[in-house]
Design a binder for this molecule. Structure first.
Ligand SMILES: C[S@@+](CC[C@H](N)C(=O)[O-])C[C@H]1O[C@@H](n2cnc3c(N)ncnc32)[C@H](O)[C@@H]1O
Length: 380
């Protein structure tokens, strides 16, 4: 059977995001021309192949993207096997590329996820064989929910936060997608001030670690596409047409636009500073970033008036609670004194601070990072 794909091929995409940011993703995808509905953990949308490419290359917030195949009912292993055997695996998986399978079962007669995985593997190996080494095998997700089986195929490959530039990390690095969420929040706060889009605003991250926030900020302002320099699992699908994809990449995408965007990053750790410099260089954005090794109070003296602050201060178990309290109190004093540094956007994992600060923080989203609750907050 010849498999044909065109711009009109209809796919059901499920794009995942950090839980708590589903509405943000829905807005971002809508702006990219992919309209979908918000579900827990992501956005589902029916669309064409070019929109799948758009999500992979252009979304700053998405963590992964999957194609959902036609769901079916199964209350026995025989029904599961028959249903799976009918799905169009050959469009997405090459022969001898039997996938790694992840299964979740919820409120269903088929409740044993290992047994469902074993049966699913058997069906797929019968259809496709299994000759490829483990690391390059594609991923398939099988979810059984209230006796309905939803199989999905991973289209992203490496998680989408892996843009390719972050080769060095400091302590507790923030995922690129979460740094991008903070940067989008800052951009929104700037737009609310009715500044023209090309207004040259500088950003300062006083706890910059490996430089993720400054780099994401400059990349956004320059129109650099987050997925432009990486590969995707969909490029290995039998229906993938590399020629049309290359043409689309070259002609359909917005080109980076030169912008005077500038970012300062400072951090007390030398290791973090080195990582930030390396990463900005790899991203090709080092001319737009300046990193300093300094305690944030000292660094603030070099940050010009009118700079916006976007940051992710320390939290969690690395610093004792007393140390965190003191650090946040000093940061609060700095922001109280420097009202010229606005707006401020922060990923705050130290909840007591938000209770005692009188600055008037507005909570924009609540998420978890490494299992710990973190709030994305802003100060107008
Ligand atoms: C949660 S990490 C930031 C991670 C960063 N967003 C990234 O993506 O790599 C907090 C950072 O604050 C730095 N830090 C801790 N105390 C500091 C201080 N007093 N002044 C400046 N930086 C400090 C740590 O070295 C650490 O890199």
């Amino acid at each position: 059977m010849k498999l044909v794909v065109s711009a009109s091929t209809s796919l059901k995409l499920f794009t995942t995001v950090t839980p708590g940011l589903e509405r943000w993703l829905e807005q971002e995808l809508r702006a990219l021309g992919v309209c979908g509905r918000v579900l827990r953990g992501g956005v589902e949308a029916r669309c064409g192949i070019e929109q799948l490419w758009t999500v992979g290359v252009c979304s700053r917030l998405a963590e992964s993207v999957r194609v959902r195949l036609k769901p079916f009912r199964a209350t026995s292993f025989a029904e599961l096997e028959r249903g799976l055997a009918r799905l169009p695996w050959h469009a997405y998986l090459r022969v001898h590329a039997a996938p790694r399978i992840s299964v979740t079962c919820h409120k269903s007669r088929l409740y044993h996820s290992d047994a469902v995985a074993e049966r699913s593997r058997r069906v797929l190996e019968e259809r496709l064989g299994s000759a490829e080494p483990e690391h390059c095998r594609p991923r398939v997700f099988v979810r059984v929910d209230r006796d309905v089986v939803q199989a999905s195929i991973d289209a992203s490959g490496d998680r989408l936060h892996r843009r390719g530039y972050r080769r060095h990390i400091g302590e507790a690095p923030l995922r690129e997608t979460l740094a991008a969420a903070l940067v989008c929040l800052a951009d929104e706060a700037l737009r609310a001030r009715s500044l023209p889009p090309d207004h040259p605003v500088g950003l300062w991250d006083p706890f910059c670690g490996s430089g993720t926030i400054p780099i994401e900020w400059v990349a956004l302002r320059q129109g650099e596409l987050p997925g432009a320099h990486r590969g995707f699992a969909f490029e290995r699908w039998p229906i993938h047409d590399a020629g049309i994809y290359a043409e689309w990449l070259a002609s359909e995408l917005p080109k980076p636009r030169p912008s005077p965007a500038f970012a300062y990053g400072s951090d007390a750790s030398m290791k973090a500073l080195r990582a930030a410099e390396h990463n900005a260089h790899t991203a090709g954005l080092s001319q737009h970033c300046r990193f300093m090794r300094a305690d944030f109070e000292q660094a603030a003296r070099q940050v010009p008036s009118g700079t916006l602050v976007v940051t992710n201060p320390p939290y969690g178990v690395r610093l004792a609670r007393a140390g965190l309290k003191e650090l946040y109190a000093r940061f609060d004093q700095l922001l109280t004194a420097r009202t010229d540094l606005r707006p401020v956007v922060m990923a705050c994992g130290f909840a007591p601070y938000l209770e005692y600060s009188r600055l008037g923080w507005v909570v924009a989203a609540e998420i978890k990072v490494g299992g710990l609750p973190v709030r994305l907050v802003r100060l107008a």
